[in-house]
Design a protein around this ligand. Structure first.
Ligand SMILES: [Ca+2]
Ligand SMILES: [Ca+2]
Ligand SMILES: [Ca+2]
Length: 214
C-alpha cells in the first residue's frame, strides 16, 4: 500500500502522461523499471528529486576525410546511465542540429541513441538494439563548435553541450579521425574538461566511451 501511494505521488512529480498511474516511465508496462525508479527516489520530497534523464555522451562533428564526408558520418550520441529504462517519445535535439524522437521510443538502461546525419552510414554498423535516428534535413554540426540541446517532450531543456575545437576542448576530433567523448557520469558534460578525444577512429557510436574502461 505504501509503495502504491509512493508511486502515485511520484507519478505526479514526474508529470508524465502515463497510460496508468503506476507506469512511472510511461513505457506502457508496469515493470521492474518502474519499481527501480521509485526505489531510487524513495524518501525524497518532490523538490529534492533527482532528474532521471539521458546525457549527451559523444559528438562527431568533423569526421576525417579518410572516413568520408561530414554529411555521411556526423553523429550525436546520448546515453541512459540509469538502472531503469526511460521513455524518450517526443524528445528532440535542437540548436546545432534538429531531430525528433518518434512516439513509442523507449531507451533501455545503459543503452544509447545515435542521431546521425546519414543513418544509411550507420545502419548495420551499431551494436544490436542501438536506436538510430536521423538529423532532420539540412541540419549539420559546425566544425568550429556550436550548442547541442537535448529537449524533453514538453520542450524543457534536459541537457546542453557547447562544444568547440579550442579553449580546453580536445582538437583531434576536429578532422583528426576521432570523436569527442564524454568522460561519463560524475563529469558535468557542459565543461570542456569532461570530454576527451576517442581512442578509436570514428569513435564509439552505440558503445561505451574510451574513458569508461571497466
Ligand atoms: Ca513502466
Ligand atoms: Ca561538421
Ligand atoms: Ca560512445
Amino acid at each position: 500500500m505504501k509503495i502504491l501511494f509512493t508511486s502515485l505521488l511520484l507519478t505526479s512529480c514526474f508529470a508524465l502522461i502515463a497510460q496508468c498511474p503506476t507506469d512511472i516511465n510511461g513505457n506502457g508496462t508496469i515493470d521492474e523499471d518502474d519499481l527501480l525508479m521509485i526505489l531510487a527516489s524513495y524518501g525524497l520530497t518532490c523538490e529534492g528529486m533527482p532528474v532521471y534523464d539521458p546525457k549527451i555522451s559523444e559528438i562527431h562533428y568533423n569526421p576525417s576525410t579518410e572516413q568520408g564526408t561530414d554529411s555521411e558520418w556526423e553523429f550525436v550520441e546520448i546515453y541512459n546511465p540509469h538502472e531503469f529504462g526511460l521513455n524518450l517519445s517526443g524528445w528532440k535535439l535542437g540548436d546545432a542540429v534538429n531531430a525528433t524522437v518518434p512516439e513509442g521510443t523507449y531507451m533501455e538502461s545503459n543503452s544509447y541513441v545515435i542521431f546521425a546525419n546519414d543513418t544509411a552510414s550507420y545502419t548495420g554498423e551499431l551494436p544490436p538494439f542501438t536506436i538510430l535516428l536521423p538529423f532532420s534535413s539540412s541540419s549539420s554540426l559546425h566544425n568550429s563548435g556550436e550548442t547541442i540541446r537535448l529537449l524533453r517532450a514538453d520542450g524543457s531543456e534536459s541537457n546542453q553541450v557547447t562544444y568547440s575545437d579550442y579553449n580546453g576542448w580536445p582538437s583531434e576530433p576536429d578532422g583528426g579521425g576521432s570523436t569527442l567523448e564524454w568522460r561519463g557520469p560524475g563529469y558535468i558534460n557542459s565543461l570542456p574538461e569532461s570530454w576527451v578525444s576517442s581512442n578509436a577512429f570514428g569513435g564509439s557510436p552505440g558503445s561505451a566511451n574510451s574513458a569508461w574502461a571497466d
